[in-house]
Design a protein around this ligand. Sequence first.
Ligand SMILES: Nc1ncnc2c1ncn2[C@@H]1O[C@H](COP(=O)(O)OP(=O)(O)OP(=O)(O)O)[C@@H](O)[C@H]1O
Length: 286
Amino acid sequence: MTPVIETAALSKRYGRKTALDDCTIRIPAGRIVGLVGPNGAGKSTLLGLACGLIAPSGGRIEVLGRPPAASAAQLARVGFVAQDAPVYSGLSVADHLRLGARLNPGWDAGLAQRRVERLGLDPAQKAGRLSGGQRAQLALTVAAAKRGELLILDEPVASLDPVARRAFLHDLLEFTDELGVSVVLSSHLLGDLAQVCDHLIVLAGGRVQIDGAVADLVAVHHRLRLDGTGAGALDALPAAARVVHTERTAAGRTAIVRCADPVPGAERADLEDVGLAYMMATEAHR
Ligand SMILES: Nc1ncnc2c1ncn2[C@@H]1O[C@H](COP(=O)(O)OP(=O)(O)OP(=O)(O)O)[C@@H](O)[C@H]1O
């Protein structure tokens, strides 16, 4: 199956600033991908490249097997919601749907209508008067009703409270299942991503730190509690093990260890442990 996004040595520079460097990833179809990284890691840059909004400085990127934004037909295959869920504040909910219908050849008016009704959005309400959660849902509705094959969402839940975030992500899961669409969403909220993502990409310092199916990543990462300096436990690790990061918290010191074999005394790491360990390890080396 054609990957939804495939890059090779992709880079993007803004003047002398390298925002993305030597990025090589392959995202299979049908995944819900969490893209995480600290501020300035290059997440929006990677998503902008995937949408064809910006051009690479080097390397190659293909989206659904073609260069991004190669044609109007290619643009119609990708739904994009930029950071802060942009909507037209002077236009009503119904105006957004009318505009979507006019601009998108594959517009699914029934889907848009059903979502607006189910979310309880008043069609006559101006978008500028909607809550942050409702605006995010409206932007997602417009992107979804394009009926593309890939949805790219840049920090869609950043401004939402925990209850609205949970509702948004639950809804996203339901309709991606229904539409069979692949999703790439960036977020700082690893706990939220753990609820919905089956593929994780960690970017830090403009570079991909880790990329893979969540099930594969958690299978080879372990959380090891350390006593005192932890020297004993770390010395006893299998030869193939690599300590990704150690951290001191109120509960004591913990190491996140990468190892394909079992690590005696360790627990299975979760998506949050893995994402955070790679981000913090990179920051610690800067
Ligand atoms: N148009 C631009 N001109 C110059 N530098 C830019 C531009 N856009 C991004 N950058 C720089 O590129 C780097 C990556 O930015 P990017 O917005 O991709 O990061 P991000 O991971 O999305 O960050 P955040 O989580 O804060 O949204 C940053 O150092 C940023 O300052």
